[in-house]
Ligand binder design. Structure first.
Ligand SMILES: *[C@@H]1O[C@H](CO)[C@@H](O)[C@H](O)[C@H]1NC(C)=O
Length: 440
């Protein structure tokens, strides 16, 4: 009796997890710097929704990097009405690295959008990211890679409060507010205040750029999972969303990583497929090649909008199939780890979630992490967003780093936190189901 009740509860937990947000990242400009207008965003969102063979619940969510329409100082980005017209959920982005004045413009655009679109807007918002990789850009690696300037944790915390104030009492009041960064920033104990201030953590991870690691395509899944697991271990039980990952279909070799259609598909199958439908994820990306093909190019379609991807995205014939063995193993490795001082200190400061506190032994994480990963912060490389955008000079928004011009966001109005929490409870559910099966 007792166990069947437990199983029913677990089944209910599991079914919620299937409502995870799933989408792509969307810049505010094309890569020649031209501003995207509403019809451009609508065309992109419809293309994403119509992708042939799309796994999970389909690509119905959009992550934005800025709330400001390209070419204006503080008008709301046209992706918002486009999302409303196409029922696309939004992970909104507030561009932070360019300083207080730009953040003021972001907030003004956010307030205008709330006034103009109200509940239609609020019901689509999956969350709000206050900043993107700002802490990474201020780290030694970011400086080495000339990604500066970034922002200090105290500034991000201050901006998070401004955003919370801006949405209080509005249709966006329940939108979970967080921050996106690299795993190296998340495990850095100096950034703990940002974790404390966030409802969720977003992680951007690109094994392709990790050229101080063995970043062959064969090892890329393990590199991604190590980054994801290290972030989860630092999160103190807060949800971790995958806000950017992907693999180039063409372009330069970085370390041992060779862009190709085959390798991009392998990465999709091994990293994306186990997550789609169960973890909130915004892939990088639908299209980055309009009008010109960048080097590297991460788009799953080429320069023209088409619902036929460059490779099979169906997750059919993926071995091992999602979500069983892969998810179960990643769930066990998502438990807290003592493999770095930053991670363990964050665990003690945060109220530990039931998942983390009850998880299997911490040795799991350290055994799956290449030992250099936690300590070697140089593994983090600039993300495609930064590279591609800065390389193509698509900056707009009054001198904002071009990274900030990419932007979509995602949202679901129903239960903003549902999908996110799901990624954590998903792991627990699988672990528990496994235990239940073993007991039976
Ligand atoms: C850790 O974070 C602090 C604050 O963001 C930053 O100044 C420092 O450079 C980071 N250290 C490393 C090794 O990334």
């Amino acid at each position: 009796m007792h166990s069947s009740c437990s199983l029913m509860a677990l089944a209910a937990t599991f079914s919620t997890t299937l409502a995870a947000f799933q989408g792509f990242n969307y810049g505010s400009t094309f890569n020649n710097g031209a501003a995207k207008v509403q019809s451009d965003f609508e065309a992109e969102f419809k293309t994403a929704q119509g992708l042939v063979g799309a796994p999970g619940g389909g690509f119905t969510s959009a992550r934005l990097y800025t709330t400001v329409q390209a070419g204006t100082s503080n008008q709301p980005i046209a992706a918002i009405p486009a999302a409303i017209a196409t029922k696309t959920s939004l992970l909104l982005g507030i561009w932070c690295s360019a300083g207080d004045g730009i953040v003021d413009n972001e907030l003004a655009a956010l307030r205008s959008a709330i006034t103009k679109y109200g509940a239609d807007f609020g019901s689509l918002v999956a969350g709000i990211s206050v900043g993107s990789e700002d802490l990474y850009r201020n780290s030694p690696t970011g400086i080495l890679n000339k990604e500066n300037p970034g922002k200090d944790p105290a500034d991000i915390v201050r901006y998070i409060k401004l955003v919370r104030d801006a949405i209080a009492g509005t249709p966006l009041a329940n939108a979970p507010v967080g921050h996106v960064d690299t795993w190296t920033a998340w495990v850095n104990g100096s950034n703990q205040a940002v974790i404390d201030a966030s409802d969720w953590l977003g992680v951007d991870a690109y094994p392709y750029f990790q050229d101080t690691q063995t970043n062959t395509i064969e090892n890329s899944k393990d590199l991604f999972n190590a980054a994801f697991d290290a972030t989860k271990a630092a999160a103190g039980g807060k949800p971790v969303w995958v806000t950017e990952t992907g693999y180039p279909v063409s372009g330069k070799t970085v370390g041992l990583a060779v862009p190709s259609l085959q390798n991009a598909k392998t990465y999709w199958d091994q990293v994306g497929c186990p997550l789609f439908g169960s973890t909130n994820i915004w892939w990088y990306t639908l299209q980055d090649a309009a009008p010109a093909t960048p080097n590297p190019s991460f788009g799953i379609i080429g320069s023209s909008l088409t619902t036929t991807p460059l490779y099979d995205i169906s997750c059919n014939n993926v071995n091992p199939p999602p979500p069983s063995s892969t998810s179960a193993s990643s769930s066990s490795s998502s438990t807290p780890s003592s493999s770095s001082s930053q991670v363990s200190s964050s665990s003690t400061k945060e109220p530990a979630g039931s998942i983390t506190s009850s998880g299997p032994s911490s040795s799991l994480v350290s055994s799956t992490l290449p030992t250099t990963l936690v300590t070697d912060t140089t593994v983090v490389q600039p993300t495609p967003t930064g590279n591609v955008v800065s390389g193509s000079g698509s900056g707009s928004n009054g001198g904002v780093t071009t990274t900030g011009t990419s932007s979509p966001s995602a949202a679901t109005g129903t239960h903003p936190n549902g999908g996110a929490v799901a990624s954590g409870s998903m792991s627990a559910a699988f672990a528990a189901v496994m235990v239940a099966i073993l007991v039976l």
